[in-house]
Ligand binder design. Structure first.
Ligand SMILES: *Cc1c(COP(=O)(O)O)cnc(C)c1O
Length: 400
């Protein structure tokens, strides 16, 4: 470390600066870019030092399932970006959600989870946590009355994702934070879609923010990862779960995510700009019945998103005529977009939610959630927007 690396220099720094400068701990080699510490364990200078480290009486690394300098750098940077006291990296986004639930819930607790969250999150809460005595209710994200009615004396956690996938429904985080506070529960927000470049849920009163780093934080589809951000006290619990149960973030993946954060702001700006332009263009195409993007003035979540987010995100959905057959024909008619359910990549992706991401729901559940057979989701990447229009035009032409 040199004087120039002093963290005080970042007091009051803006998010773009924190994304590049926070979380750095330079080794004695003086490297400019951050090294990857690919080590499973650490050595001690004496038996007494080993004993002190193991006992937690002396700070320092013991084993990479517990701590690793590369992982710590990513954690510090994420805490800085989300405005939280501490962060904990995890192997995947699901590991981050699992760790949060296991660390902060007990048998007998009640969770209210938005119906409109990532499908695997629904399975984690509904299929597994319920086996261990956690009660779970799923409530439509925007049904405020149902959320209030669902609160019980043992409600310990509210879990939401905003904007929702793929319809871009926008939840009022501050209102959810108030509801959680009144219920004596924690508000957990999955911020994967916005990233801290667009939305910082802790500033609106959320207790915990978590991410699938696999998406926009990496931004180039290279690795899996997750992270949880919150108070020091809560993160100590999450950390203890992870080091005990194992789904820790690998140093290599932490490094990919750490470097990915350096370009997060610029990438999100480009994703959002192209998505808005594509949304407007799609609205004007005769084959398109409806476009779902909170950046459009006629989207019900527009005003709230404009207040709560600095831009509208990189994912949109649109409905074509002809139900499933129409949607499949349109998707198969494109030539460049990647046909995959991933998102938050430099490469744009296109997918049919009703038969992939939301395929396990019953037709009734899908209808209730607004996932129609003609719905197509596009996660907009970093290609030139005119080339994306040209490819989607090919898809729409296939409907003729
Ligand atoms: C992908 C995703 C997850 C799960 O993350 P993994 O890294 O795939 O485990 C959780 N929440 C949201 C919103 C996601 O998009």
């Amino acid at each position: 470390m040199t004087d120039r690396d002093n963290r005080d220099a970042l007091d009051g720094a803006r998010i773009e600066t924190l994304a590049v400068r926070s979380g750095i701990s330079r080794s004695p080699e003086g490297e400019h870019s951050e090294p990857i510490y690919t080590t499973s364990s650490y050595v001690f200078n004496s038996a007494a030092e080993a004993a002190a480290r193991f006992a937690g009486e002396q700070p320092g690394n013991v084993y990479s399932r517990y701590t690793n300098p590369t992982v710590r750098g990513f954690e510090e940077r994420m805490a800085a970006l989300e405005g939280g006291e501490a962060a904990v990296g995890a192997a995947t986004g699901m590991a981050a959600i699992l760790a949060t639930a296991m660390a902060l819930l007990s048998g007998g607790d009640h969770v209210i989870c938005s119906r409109d969250v990532f499908g695997t999150t629904t399975n984690l809460f509904g299929k597994y946590l319920t086996r261990f005595g956690v009660q779970v209710d799923f409530v439509p994200l925007l049904d405020t009355a149902a959320w209030r009615e669902a609160v019980k004396p043992n409600t310990a956690m509210l879990f939401i994702e905003t904007p929702s996938n793929p319809l871009n429904e926008v939840a009022d985080i501050a209102a959810f934070a108030q509801l959680a506070k009144d219920a004596g529960a924690l508000l957990v927000v999955d911020n994967t879609f916005c990233t801290p470049a667009l939305q910082r849920p802790l500033a609106f009163g959320a207790d915990i923010v978590l991410h699938s780093g696999t998406k926009f934080l990496d931004g180039q589809g290279r690795c899996m990862g997750g992270v949880v951000v919150g108070s020091r006290e809560h993160m100590a619990e999450v950390m203890t779960f992870l080091r005990t149960c194992g789904p820790s973030l690998s140093p290599f993946n932490a490094w990919v995510l750490f470097k990915g954060l350096e370009t997060l702001g610029l990438r999100m700006e480009a994703h959002c700009r192209s998505t808005l332009e594509l949304a407007r263009w799609l609205q004007a195409q005769p084959e398109v019945q409806k476009v779902f993007y909170a950046g459009l003035e006629d989207h019900p979540g527009h005003t709230l998103a404009a207040r709560q987010q600095s831009a509208f995100g990189g994912v949109l959905a649109f409905e074509v005529r002809g139900g499933r057959e129409g949607a499949w024909r349109c998707i198969d008619g494109t030539r460049m977009l990647s046909l995959t359910a991933n998102l938050g990549d430099a490469k744009s992706t296109i997918v049919h939610p009703a038969t992939t991401t939301h395929g396990r729901l019953t037709p009734e559940q899908r209808a209730e959630a607004g996932i129609s057979e003609g719905l197509i989701r596009v996660a907009v990447g970093l290609e030139h927007v005119e080339d994306l229009k040209a490819d989607l035009r090919r898809g729409l032409d296939a409907l003729a």
